[in-house]
Design a protein around this ligand. Structure first.
Ligand code: 13P
Length: 265
């Protein structure tokens, strides 16, 4: 089965006006002009405030959100419903990002509830997991990742499980330009595969999309993506440059064409 590769751009709390967001979008559309993507999907996740500007994206791109509240509607001041996102044309939603775990105090249980809400309303959850620098130093990476994935996947049906995308984003690699090695990322991929095979089966493990995130740049793609055998990337700072984002999509597209002849784990 030929997999789709993903380049997810997390624009975070950037762009300070509709004008600025609009300019970004025009450049993005210009960069996409004349390009065709058969094996690569880009997902662009702006602030909630600008989501409606990101309608009518060029083919190959869809829009995503950076969070949701796990209720359909009601007295939840300041929150955004998964149904609002769905009705606005959002396809994917980043959940459990370490910045939300850190600044908004989101727990594994909160992330699980949000994932269930996303699945219920047919949004693809992009679930972020990752260890801190201290946890890594104590060699607790797998323990932390296991706790985070168990919280999300336990009790799900196979169909629910395979609709989830996992983004391995070590906290210490976000915004730092310090990256894990190819073999560290590959090790996490193998670990997640094993967890999914044991919890569900090999076919679920094969279908769940696994991304890498944290200081991603196009120049690092070979090492952190195809050599590490992940299915795509979650990009922060570099996604603020449409040229870079589209370049990454193109690199994945070219790799996908070669992939057909390669064997993955
Ligand atoms: P950077 O790519 O800026 O390190 O951010 C990664 C990230 O948090 C994406 O969600």
């Amino acid at each position: 089965m030929q997999k789709t590769f993903y380049v997810v751009g997390n624009l975070k709390m950037n762009m300070l006006s509709c004008d600025e967001a609009g300019q970004y979008l025009s450049v993005l559309k210009r960069e996409m002009r004349g390009r065709e993507f058969s094996f690569t999907q880009g997902v662009i996740c702006p602030s909630f405030l600008y989501l409606s500007l990101f309608d009518h994206l060029p083919s190959g791109l869809t829009k995503g959100a950076q969070n949701l509240f796990p209720e359909k509607s009601g007295a939840y001041t300041g929150e955004i419903s998964p149904v609002m996102l769905k009705n606005d044309g959002v396809t994917h939603v980043i959940l459990g990002h370490s910045e939300r775990r850190l600044y908004a105090g989101e727990t594994d249980e909160d992330v699980r509830e949000k994932v269930l809400a996303a699945l219920k309303y047919h949004l693809v959850p992009v679930v972020c997991i990752g260890e801190t620098k201290e946890e890594r130093a104590r060699e607790e990476t797998e323990e932390v990742l296991l706790r985070q994935v168990k919280a999300v996947f336990d009790g799900l049906s196979k169909l629910q499980a395979e609709s989830i995308m996992i983004a391995y984003e070590p906290r210490w690699a976000i915004g730092t330009d310090v990256l894990p090695t190819t073999s560290e990322i590959l090790q996490v991929r193998v670990f997640l595969r094993k967890f999914l095979t044991e919890t569900f089966d090999a076919s679920v493990a094969e279908r769940v999309v696994i991304l890498y995130g944290g200081s991603v740049k196009s120049s690092f793609l070979p090492a952190i993506s195809w050599e590490a055998q992940v299915d795509g990337v979650l990009v922060g700072r570099e996604s603020l440059f449409p040229y870079e984002l589209v370049k990454m999509m193109e690199m994945f597209e070219n790799e996908a064409k070669k992939e057909k002849t390669k064997k993955r784990i």
